[in-house]
Unconditional design. Structure first.
Length: 623
């Protein structure tokens, strides 16, 4: 816990924070490396120096002087002995660590060095020892980062020195680094290297400057080349520094907009090690999954092959596998996705629905799509099913087909239908055929080349009709009421897992869904339990609904003996379910109140943070 760093905005592992120093620093950012050594006139962050050369006493005196000058406005990186990360922690027995003499000259913001496997000292800023040497080594980089992030408190800042360039700034922020510096940008300038987010250029190779900063606007590469080395380097350094700052501004905007992932998916192509980091980050899964919000307000663009391994996509598929139960119907209809979301509002789906007519109540509809895999009709509103867009070419690559087939195969091997009809063509049909062959099941195909042609739609109608009127068909169906209830039930299960069953147990009365699609409301008698929020397809609970879901003991935040007003701050949280993700609907329980609201951070972070809003409370019920 720290008083000097506050996280304001999160998007996955990336976050926007504030280092409460003088002047205040907005993170993620790049420090001016040269200023770190300025102890005479200290800026917001200074490095107190090395234990290789100074004695404890000298260094203590130094810190005291800094504090006298700027008080708590300066974060002091405590004296340290740095080693290259290649030397394993266990052989560092003799590393000198700085200890204060107890007179609290450290009193105020402080930073300390941290290495993989090393001991975590109390600090406001952790500096990753030797991380700069791990450039181009995505695996070691990620391993180090995850080890450190899992051990330091979430409300402290993490500093990766000697690494940032405009080209990797977005990836560093995406992975959860808050602070960097301009060491590399400065070194590049002295080597005649011109930096951009799209990579670096030798000054010699440039005909024009792809930038309009003050330096670039007032000179040309040819002119710059004629200047003496020192002067040239100064100007290049000014541009490089500017390019780095501009990139961090852009990154912060991307975090605010909730689309840093999309940006990074493109940006990482500049360097293979950055692309490797993107992929390895997804393979690691839990590090990012814990931090990725349950929903976003903005669109999810699935335009690259890595979209298939993106946390939101994998999580959706996983929840269908683990939490979803289909309604009790005997006919499955597989449909292709549509560009317009929710699918049911698209022209093609409108036609399918119209065609099914009175037989629709016998049919369970599941939509096949890339990259989400399969989307049961009841979850078509739920993030990210109604929020993704993808480049449609009609061509599916092998990875896409394999992923979507896998999702369909999982589903069909778990649930038995009396009849499976697929109104699909092209790659969708290929996927269905592949799964049918593998599982040895029969699928009836009803579409020709055009899904909405008169022939195709007639074939769909006739096929479903003949199944429904065949002898021995048990006529399992859902009426309009049941359909609405199944819809809300599917969303509740997706969101709360087993906790959903308490909303529908009938223990407190028969649950009824009121309202027109998509504004469904779940009632028991006159008591409202939950409302479906169409924008992201999830339920907002009422306190009565919260009381029921509470029985599963999941999505619960326990607070102390107080009645909350407005938001609940992290220090007020005693215990929180580690399954809680940012934006999850949660139930807050204390001795004096039961509340419902939305998580602003993950459950783990609520427990470990000393600052920041943990839950935005919507309703408070005094107990
Ligand atoms: Zn420039």
């Amino acid at each position: 816990m720290t008083q000097y760093f506050e996280v304001e905005n999160r998007d996955g592992a990336a976050r926007i924070g504030k280092l409460l120093l003088s002047p205040e620093l907005r993170t993620p950012c790049a420090l001016h490396t040269a200023a770190l050594g300025n102890l005479e006139n200290p800026g917001p962050v200074v490095d107190a120096g090395s234990l290789w050369t100074g004695s404890q006493e000298e260094l203590q005196e130094r810190i005291k002087k800094i504090r006298e000058k700027t008080g708590k406005g300066t974060l002091v990186i405590l004296p340290h002995q740095a080693y290259p990360p290649a030397i394993p922690a266990e052989s560092l027995g003799k590393v000198k660590t700085f200890t204060s003499d107890g007179n609290n000259e450290i009193d105020g913001p402080a930073g300390s060095l941290l290495r993989i496997g090393g001991e975590v000292q109390k600090s406001d800023l952790y500096i990753i020892e030797g991380i700069g040497t791990l450039e181009n080594n995505a695996r070691r980089f990620l391993e180090t980062l995850i080890d450190l992030k899992n051990r330091i408190p979430p409300d402290t800042a993490l500093y990766a020195p000697n690494l940032a360039l405009p080209e990797n700034a977005a990836m560093l922020a995406y992975m959860g680094i808050d602070v960097t510096d301009d060491t590399r940008a400065e070194i590049a300038a002295y080597s005649d290297v011109y930096l951009t987010a799209a990579g670096s250029f030798y000054l010699d190779s440039l005909t024009e400057f792809p930038c309009r900063c003050r330096v670039c606007a007032s000179t040309t590469p040819a002119e710059l080349r004629t200047l003496p080395k020192a002067e040239r380097a100064k100007l290049l350094a000014a541009h490089n520094r500017d390019a780095l700052d501009a990139e961090f501004s852009l990154v912060r905007e991307k975090i605010r907009a909730g689309n840093l992932r999309e940006y990074v998916e493109g940006q990482c192509r500049v360097r293979p090690w950055l692309t490797a980091l993107l992929r390895l980050g997804d393979f690691e899964y839990s590090y990012l999954e814990e931090r990725v919000p349950a929903f976003r307000q903005n669109q999810l663009l699935a335009d690259t092959s890595e979209s298939l391994s993106r946390i939101e996509v994998v999580r959706f598929a996983q929840r269908i596998r683990e939490r979803y139960t289909p309604p009790d119907l005997d006919i499955l209809l597989l449909l292709p996705c549509a560009a317009r979301k929710p699918y049911s509002t698209s022209q093609s789906h409108q036609k399918f629905i119209l065609t099914l007519g009175k037989y629709r109540k016998f049919v369970h509809e599941v939509i096949i799509t890339s990259p989400l895999g399969i989307v049961p009709r009841e979850l078509e509103l739920t993030y990210p099913a109604a929020h993704y867009d993808t480049a449609v070419t009609g061509h599916w690559d092998e990875e896409e087909k394999a992923w979507v087939s896998g999702c369909l195969e999982d589903y069909l091997s778990k649930y038995n239908y009396k009849a499976i009809v697929a109104h699909v063509e092209g790659a969708y049909r290929e996927i269905c055929e592949r799964v049918a062959r593998k599982l040895g099941i029969e699928i009836v195909y009803t579409a020709g080349e055009s899904l909405t042609s008169y022939e195709s739609l007639s074939s769909l109608k006739n096929t479903v009709e003949s199944i429904c009127t065949s002898e021995g068909f048990n006529r399992k169906s859902q009426n309009a009421e049941e359909e609405k209830k199944n819809f809300v039930k599917a969303v509740a299960s997706y969101q709360f897992g087993e906790g959903a069953k308490y909303l529908f147990s009938g223990e407190v009365g028969t649950p009824v869904v009121k309202g027109r699609f998509p504004k469904y409301q779940l009632f028991v008698g006159k008591k409202q339990l939950a409302t479906l929020i169409p924008q992201y397809g999830m339920l907002a609970l009422s306190p009565e609904g919260g009381e029921l879901v509470l029985k599963s003991e999941k999505y619960v935040v326990k607070i102390d003996d107080f009645v909350p007003r407005g938001s609940i701050l992290a220090p007020g949280v005693l215990e929180a379910d580690h399954g809680i993700r940012p934006n999850d609907e949660v139930i807050v329980l204390g001795k004096r109140a039961l509340c419902v609201g939305r998580a602003a951070m993950s459950g783990k972070e609520m427990e470990k943070s000393g600052r920041g809003v943990a839950v935005d409370v919507r309703h408070v019920k005094k107990l």
